[in-house]
Design a protein around this ligand. Sequence first.
Ligand code: ADP
Ligand code: MG
Length: 337
Amino acid sequence: MNPIVVFDAVTRIFQVRGSTEAGTAPGARIVQALDRVSFAVREGEILGLAGESGSGKSTIAELMAALQTPTNGRVLFNGEDLAGLRGAGRREFHRRVQMIFQDPYESINPQHLIRWWVEEPLEIHGIGARADRLERVRRALAQAELRPPDAFLNRYPHQLSGGQRQRVAIARAIVLEPSLLVADEPVSMLDVSVRAGILRLLRRLRDELDLTILYISHDLSTVRYIADRVAILYQGKLVEIGGTDAVMRTPLHPYTQALMSAVPTLVVAGPRRPRVLLPAGNGSAATTPSCRFAARCPHAMNVCRQREPLLVELAPGHAVACFLHSEAAVPQPGGRA
Ligand SMILES: Nc1ncnc2c1ncn2[C@@H]1O[C@H](COP(=O)(O)OP(=O)(O)O)[C@@H](O)[C@H]1O
Ligand SMILES: [Mg+2]
């Protein structure tokens, strides 16, 4: 399958003013939210992206939607570097790539009728005449399973349930007939009872509208339910990626194993390394390279504290960045680091 999006060694660094982090000097600091992250989203797939809070998931989402730019590396959409997008090409990109956010309460303006909310993107992109736009709004609402659509057009967000509001947000996204949906924790705020319905809807829309979906969650159970492949992020590093069945049945990275384990203490206990905070001006990698999971890893070896493992494909399509599995994870002098 063709890649629709490619992350090519993407690093994202944030400048943080006046850090109050214990053990660091006051003043400017930089946070490395992503460190040389490379992966592809294949056309037509649902790729799940999982990792704990602060691991860099939303940063990946915003880079993919061109709401942020990489500090280093490239993000390609259909082979084109997003950094080079201008004018009409840029507008077309912003039609073809739509985001769905975690909080349907925040992302919907409470003052406006549903019909206005779903129609607005068409207006912004200058799509269709008035009557035609209303027809598109009806169709998008019906596709989001808000039926009959006429029963929702003239209602306000507060008259809807949380699940219905997230369906309105989905209708607003698909009304533009996008090719890629970036869904950042779309069910995390919703009642458990309505989550499966939203996940089924996203899967159905993928099939019926030929969509590609990046599905982000800190909760592996929803990823397992919806995703064809899964990528695991830990502190800004991609540590494992593969088919959902393979990763769930044979998780290779100790962090993935911990995430999946019935013993959640592995994930929450243990010495938590503070987020990578580097002195301002040092825009490259951490000064002492090591596996970022080493301090919390039950299998940590010496090499894990001295070097950074590379992502290595161990079985077709299943890659892991861990010294337990591969000597090849050791960066070679002069090789790709
Ligand atoms: N605009 C920003 N300014 C400073 N730091 C940020 C900003 N956005 C994200 N970060 C930091 O980058 C890291 C990754 O954040 P994020 O991508 O939101 O993670 P996640 O979505 O997995 O919770 C965190 O340490 C976060 O504090
Ligand atoms: Mg997030």
